[in-house]
Design a protein around this ligand. Structure first.
Ligand code: SAH
Ligand code: SF4
Length: 454
């Protein structure tokens, strides 16, 4: 979600004639924007560290506009600290008014002009020019914002904003507000335009996409699966993915679509968070271990070979060794294709941060390592099952460590429908296309193969 917000911010600035620069150019650029995440505490620390370093850049380059945005700005203790202690911050905006950013930037320049653009050496006067606007909740959904996409051939598409679930550990409902779904017509139009622009794969975004409730003036209420089926009719669109779905709202209708809708990728990210019923209850997740496992069974039955990934939190307050072992056992049972594993991080303002039985860091770390071992075993064996198969890979670009082979081929990578990362040798013209790749080798995190004729 934050990444896509960054693409939109970048798109709005590109529309005004700005071009992106690298971090190394910080002493000469016009604008620095820090888009923040507040899911876990280490992001907070990194943010203030980076902000501290920007003071030096601002001293060298006083015209620099330092702009901060994202989830952290929706928390008063954070904005209070910025306002008090970081006078070199020029623009502060939140998650609900991203669309106002270009105008806020203009306001900053107008303020500077009016007040003489004089910055004293303690940088105090920066505060006078500052443009600081944050809303507590989203008023309306602003459509038609441009985005500077990271990839030409695939794109994120927001279908809803906010979250109503209030899991007791999570800050998102406080920083992103209540759920609001976009109208289906607007989503369909956006996807159609993206495809005309060369996009082959869309990832539908929302904190809980399967509680999507769109209202169409013509056909009334739409649920998430209705939206998927409608989007699958977009000519030229090859793949549909989504992130993230909540187990409590995963309907049989959606499971059925996995089996029957060709464009819906054979992959689901289904965060479990814990394998223990008592922990799930304290987390306010509204499902239990048994119903989660039943979902996994139904999904695999409807769509054999589907890849399943998850999120798991280790060391939630009060988590006992037995409760943790239930998570280990669940991970072993399900054998996930991959998982994001997190150490529980107390977030100020959430109920769980107030619970008294917080787990000591060393115990959290030890449990975390045990879990990662089991997750990795699962990933390794799930990946090994791909060896010998030929997969359709949407090619993203040169693999990070670019290497050119004797025949002049470059090492490319891309994703299978199951979201498996595949490295193979090919040519530049394959980027952005779906290429058949025969898988020859695998490890815990990726596959390796060779391009074969279609
Ligand atoms: N809406 C998505 C998740 C958004 S946050 C969902 O419900 O699945 C992404 C992940 O961050 C969560 O699934 C959770 O595993 C993790 N997370 C959220 N708050 C956390 C916290 N306080 N400490 C550790 N991990 C957290
Ligand atoms: Fe956070 Fe739970 Fe909402 Fe996901 S569903 S964003 S974890 S409150």
């Amino acid at each position: 979600m934050n990444e896509h917000d960054s693409e939109i911010i970048s798109g709005m600035l590109a529309a005004r004639g700005y071009t992106p620069a690298s971090a190394a150019e910080v002493d000469v650029v016009d604008i620095v924007i820090i888009n923040t995440c507040s899911i876990r505490e280490n992001a907070d620390k990194r943010f203030f560290g980076t902000l501290g370093q920007l003071k030096k850049a601002k001293t060298k380059n006083p015209d620099l506009a330092v702009c901060v945005c994202g989830c952290m700005m929706q928390q008063e203790q954070i904005t209070g600290k910025i306002r008090r202690s970081y006078p070199w911050v020029d623009v502060i905006f939140g998650t609900h008014n991203i669309h106002e950013f270009p105008d806020m930037l203009q306001e900053l320049y107008d303020n500077r002009k009016r007040k003489g653009n004089r910055i004293d050496n303690k940088l105090r006067s920066s505060k006078e020019f500052r443009v600081d606007r944050i809303y507590e909740d989203r008023r309306e959904i602003v459509e038609e914002l441009p985005a500077n996409r990271l990839f030409a051939h695939k794109s994120f598409v927001n279908i809803m904003y906010g979250c109503n679930n209030f899991c007791t550990y999570c800050i998102v409902p406080y920083t992103r507000g209540r759920e609001q779904s976009r109208d289906p017509e607007n989503i369909i139009r956006e996807v159609r335009d993206l495809v005309i622009d060369g996009v082959k794969e869309v990832t539908l975004l929302g904190q809980n996409v399967n509680s999507y409730k769109g209202i169409s003036p013509e056909s009334g209420q739409w649920d998430f699966t209705d939206l998927i089926w409608a989007l699958s009719e977009t000519p030229g669109l090859e793949r549909i993915r989504f992130m993230t779905s909540h187990p409590k709202d995963l309907s049989d209708k959606l499971i059925d679509a996995f089996g029957r809708c060709d464009k819906l990728c054979n992959y689901i990210h289904l965060p479990v968070q814990s394998g223990s019923d008592t922990v799930l209850k304290r987390m306010n997740r509204k499902y239990d271990r048994k119903s989660y496992l039943e979902l996994v069974r139904k999904i695999r039955q409807a769509a054999p070979g589907i890849a399943i990934s998850t999120d798991i939190i280790v060391g939630f307050p009060g988590e006992t060794e037995e409760e943790f072992e239930e998570t280990l056992a669940l991970a072993q049972d399900v054998r996930y294709d991959s998982a994001f594993t997190f150490l529980y991080s107390p977030r100020q303002g959430t109920p769980a941060a107030e619970y008294e039985d917080q787990i000591p860091e060393d115990i959290k770390h030890r449990r975390f390592n045990r879990l990662v071992d089991i997750i990795n075993e699962g990933s390794k064996s799930r990946n090994a099952a791909f060896v010998g198969r030929t997969c359709r890979v949407l090619v993203d670009g040169p693999a990070r460590k670019q290497s050119v082979s004797e025949e002049g081929k470059i090492l490319l990578n891309g994703r299978t429908e199951e979201f498996k990362l595949v490295d193979f040798a090919g040519s530049e013209d394959m980027i952005g296309r779906i290429i058949h790749v025969k898988i020859n080798d695998s490890n815990t995190f990726s596959l390796r193969g060779e391009a074969v004729n279609d």
